[in-house]
Each structure stands twice: as structure tokens, then as C-alpha cells.
Design a protein around this ligand. Structure first.
Ligand SMILES: [Mg+2]
Length: 255
């Protein structure tokens, strides 16, 4: 194994440590739900409302993605607020493609559709219930718009199955800053060593866990770990798993 720090979940030293965990922190987008599926379907709904020819969808969707990705880093840098980004992304999209909508309304419609198209795996619910029956606490830590993330979690019936939902908007700082992790530890009265963070992003979830001094699991979701680690040598997880579901299966066998 090239990465000496990466432990196998089933190794005896890991089993001892994992058995002592009293809480799980779980990322939401691309860990619990597939972000791209919801975002794609939501944008298609908007374009259909605009009577855009379906053959133009892909081109416009790619442009939206580019615009959106270019704006969010401005939040981190303090150059734009969330509300400004929400408005601006559709302002640019409308201008680029001669659409007829109003940016603010389009953003609201988009987010409503995004909430509706957010779907969790049914098997997850039962696993979360079993984990909490074992006495562990569960918190979702998610970078994103507070109201939207709450609606997405609630709509999927997850709110009663977790102890805490923390968004970056609640705290004012996004992962990889350790603030969201510290907030959840404090609220749930847990120590760093008692918690495990599970997420798909090396740069936000895994780096954030490291910044907070918390062990982490990277969910691969079909990606190759050796390819990923090349791009992020300063933020390697303690464990990897194929998916959240498969990690929770292993974890339930251990605790
Ligand atoms: Mg994620």
C-alpha cells in the first residue's frame, strides 16, 4: 500500500478505534445524495418552463455549471454573498442564452425543483436508525444554502433520523474550515476522537476533518483512490469505502 497512513476498516487496530466512536458526521451532497442528478433535473425543469428546445439543454446546462462554479469561490473570498450569487448566476445565464426569465424568480424555481429532485437511497434510513439505536449520534455537515439544505434533508425524511444538521450558512464558514466540525462536537457534547467524518470531497470533508483533528472516511463513489490522492497529497483520509452504504454496512458489523 502506497499510503502508509490509510488504514483498512477491518484491521484490528481500526476495529478498536471504530468501536469507540460515539458519533458520525456525514456530508450531504455526493455522499448521501447525488448532487448532479438533482441539479440537472432542476435546470431541465426551468428550461422546459422557458419553452427552450430540448436539443439546447446540454449546452445551456454546461454553461450554467461553468457560471455557478465560477461564482461560489467568491463567497469563500468574501467578494459576494449567497444572495448575490443566486441572483448573478441566473442573470448571466439569461444574458448568455437570451432567456426571458427574471433572475430571482428563476433562482427560486430552480431551487424548488432542486429540492424536489433530491432523492436519498431508501436503505440509508434503516441504517441510520440502527446506528442511533446503538447509541451513536449523527450530524449532517453540509456546505450550502441553509434553507435549501434543510428542505432537501427534511423532504427525504432524514430530520428525525439525525441529531443535528449544520450548514456552512449557519456557521458563516464552509468546510474545510474546522468551524462546522467544532460546532457539531460542541452541540452533541462529543470529543474529536469519538467522531468519524464521512464524505466524498478530499478538499472539503477530508481536509476539514484534518483541520478539526477528526478521523475521516472518503467515499469513492466509483472513483479510483490512487488517481484522487495524486491531486490532494496534503489531505488524505484515514479510511476509504466504495460508498456511504457500504461503509455503514461495515461499520454496523463493527459497532
Ligand atoms: Mg460532498
Amino acid at each position: 500500500m502506497q499510503n502508509a497512513s490509510l488504514q483498512s476498516i477491518t484491521e484490528s487496530a481500526s476495529l478498536v478505534k471504530l468501536k469507540q466512536k460515539k458519533g458520525l458526521f456525514i456530508d450531504f451532497d455526493d455522499t448521501i445524495v447525488d448532487y448532479d442528478i438533482s441539479a440537472n433535473k432542476a435546470l431541465e425543469d426551468i428550461l422546459k418552463d422557458q419553452n427552450i428546445a430540448p436539443e439546447r439543454f446540454e449546452f445551456i446546462k454546461r454553461d450554467y455549471e461553468k457560471i455557478n462554479n465560477s461564482l461560489w469561490p467568491k463567497l469563500e473570498k468574501g467578494e459576494m454573498t449567497i444572495d448575490q450569487i443566486r441572483m448573478k448566476r441566473f442573470e448571466i445565464l439569461i444574458a448568455n442564452h437570451a432567456l426571458s426569465g427574471v433572475p430571482l424568480k428563476m433562482d427560486r424555481d430552480y431551487l424548488d425543483a432542486f429540492v424536489i429532485h433530491t432523492k436519498t437511497d431508501d436503505m440509508l434510513h434503516e441504517k441510520l436508525v440502527r446506528i442511533r439505536e446503538k447509541g451513536l449520534k449523527i450530524s449532517i455537515l453540509t456546505n450550502g444554502i441553509k434553507d435549501v439544505q434543510h428542505r432537501r434533508v427534511e423532504r427525504n425524511g432524514l430530520l428525525p433520523l439525525i441529531d443535528l444538521l449544520v450548514t456552512s450558512e449557519d456557521i458563516g464558514k464552509a468546510k474545510p474550515a474546522p468551524d462546522m466540525f467544532f460546532h457539531a462536537l460542541d452541540k452533541l457534547q462529543l470529543k474529536k476522537t469519538e467522531v468519524l467524518m464521512i464524505g466524498d470531497s478530499l478538499h472539503s470533508d477530508i481536509k476539514g476533518s484534518q483541520n478539526a483533528g477528526i478521523e475521516s472516511v472518503l467515499v469513492l463513489n466509483g472513483r479510483n483512490f490512487e488517481d484522487l490522492r495524486e491531486t490532494a497529497l496534503d489531505c488524505l483520509p484515514d479510511y476509504t469505502s466504495d460508498s456511504l452504504n457500504s461503509f455503514l454496512d461495515d461499520f454496523l458489523n463493527i459497532i
